[in-house]
Design a protein. Structure first.
Length: 150
């Protein structure tokens, strides 16, 4: 038996990844987000869909709103010989989500965002991809000590 989702931030990040991945395959924003959130949950007593958490919507909507810029930044930080197009859909989606949370989502400390996306990567990809994502996104993590001294 698998563990069902809760409303923890880690689980909501995972759901955001699922919704964004679905959208890469042509899914609609709200439909993909609602499906990712409702997948293993029971609807309300009257059969209505559960209300989507704001954290989940902010992540998905933020990645969509900044997608071109995120893709450009990721492309610029790939090693010589690599192209953005060469990345798997899973890795692209994880990188976008992690970079969005690190660069644009002030609610989460950079280190936490990095560690959380690596945990999602370990679940949905392999160890090599998790290390790759860690290496690329680590470039964007600002230590609290250096940002406090500025």
């Amino acid at each position: 038996m698998t563990k069902s989702f809760q409303n923890s931030r880690r689980d909501l990040r995972e759901r955001a990844f699922q919704a964004l991945f679905n959208m890469e395959m042509g899914g609609d924003f709200l439909v993909a987000s609602q499906f990712a959130y409702d997948y293993d949950k029971v609807a309300t007593e009257d059969g209505q869909a559960l209300e989507l958490p704001l954290f989940l919507l902010n992540l998905v909507n933020g990645v969509i709103a900044h997608k071109e810029e995120l893709d450009r930044i990721i492309s610029e930080h790939l090693k010589t010989g690599w192209s953005f197009e060469r990345l798997t859909v899973t890795d692209k989606t994880l990188l976008r989500l992690g970079l969005f949370e690190i660069n644009y989502f002030d609610e989460t400390p950079d280190r936490v965002a990095l560690n959380e996306i690596i945990e999602v990567a370990k679940k949905y990809s392999d160890e090599t991809s998790a290390k790759f994502i860690n290496g690329l996104l680590s470039q964007f993590v600002v230590s609290e000590a250096s940002s406090a001294s500025e």
